[in-house]
Design a protein around this ligand. Sequence first.
Ligand code: SF4
Length: 550
Amino acid sequence: MDTQEITTRSEEPPQWGDLHETNDDEPPPRWRASRRAPLWAQVPATQWEDWRWQLSHRLDSLEELSKVVNLTPDEVEGCRHHHFRVDITPYFASLIDPDDPNCPIRRQVIPTSQELVDYHGLYVDSLNEDAHSPVPGLVHRYPDRVLMLVTTQCASYCRYCTRSRIVGAPGAQFSRSDYDAQIDYIARTPQVRDVLLSGGDPLILPQKILEDLLRRLREIPHVEIVRIGSRVPVFLPQRITPELVAMLKRYHPLWMNIHFNHAREITPEVSEALARLADAGIPLGAQAVLLAGINDSADVMLELVHKLVRNRVRPYYLYQCDPVAGAGHFRTTVSKGIEIMESLRGHTSGYAIPTYVVDAPGGGGKIPLGPQYLLSQAPGKVVMRNFEGFITTYNEPNDYSGHTTARPENAAVAREAGQEGIAGLLRGKGDFIKPEGFDAAHQRLGSVRWEPFPAGLAGAVTAPPMQDGGEDNGSVMLATRQPRPHRFASPRGGTADRTALSEGKPAEPAGTLPDDRAGEVSEGMLRGARGTLRFRRPQGGHGSRGQEVG
Ligand code: SF4
């Protein structure tokens, strides 16, 4: 903190709110216009509007914060013992209501003692990004796109940061050789068509370095689009200078996704920065994190998405808060997110509605969630409801034959083998996906479990054989309705008389499974519900960059 600023304050410094835009008819909400906290009232505009000045005058200590905000004991405790970096630009700190501990701006950046509390289900790397990094700082989780972490630094630091494990250390930074390795990986991985630059915050990089990265990415023929994920327009709108925007504009198609959580973050400065970016032809999206006490309300979210759209920013994602260190008190229930989505869909324009996602702990990727609109279905008909509760049907065509399922030649690199998931099943790439360990769990005892049908039947029957404990296949039994004693291994390794089952009689008790083998997959689900198992990967799952479609 520059002590000169403190000593040059006027005798009667402006009070909080004095610098807000005023409206003759009605005073605007205090957060509507940008302002300066009294501490910086005398700073010349040329300095205040200089992003370098903002960065070099960030608040990073209890003493400095106390000059701007009336800290609560809980915040004092948080400032004394926090584990994650605190740094707040004077601009963003000025948006804080110094007397309201529940101010949504304040809660995002000032630590409290609650972030020191560990909780059940906490991860260091909740998205398992490190396991998906073929080279330092490059996360290749999805088939056709990569996340390129280009810096560990941000303009200010969010208390719930998903990447707090790697973000914020002042001396830790990616090196030129890390960038080389990232770009080399992308260049020799032709299915990568989309590169997302993130961090930390890419817009905090020196412009030359950022441009160099963009230029090198643009030289890779298969990279179709580049995206930048940033919170700089919110924490430091002064950084969105005409020079920076002119540079970005040279690397189209370039998209930008900006992290907004509350309508109060959209000040006149932010609107100006967004207009510059939009005028440069950069499509703008927004992502928000659902945060308890900050934006976990339909009204707050509606105000945010409307204000975003007015500023030509399309709400893109609403994230469930990730279970990382320091974020426990920010987490909401998932049902709160669904309730908010229920309050948006139909109640406002579709352009204003983000997709609500849970970024699956364990590295499962984004899972979209929302209210149920499909109520029921039968061949030829689906029954749905709308946002008002109006229930309707859609009669499906009975002559629909569908598009060809053959994939065009040029789509060959778009999908990586093993990541086709449910879409692969629908395209006929298999009939099932097995969770990891499924086969082992069902090898009860021994490998030969039952004797197949007698020879002679095979020519007449094409249906698959019965599974243990399953129902007889109707076509099989109709063709061969002769009680036949065929024997199969019981779970204990003995045999049971199948005739009894086909005649509808209770079978001899087959015995019980040994406790350590009984229904391991089902038990896995129960363990997930009980909390002893947090996630289950498909066999050959993403840890090995593949997923079996049987
Ligand atoms: S701006 Fe992004 S990376 Fe930086 S602290 Fe906030 S959430 Fe984390």
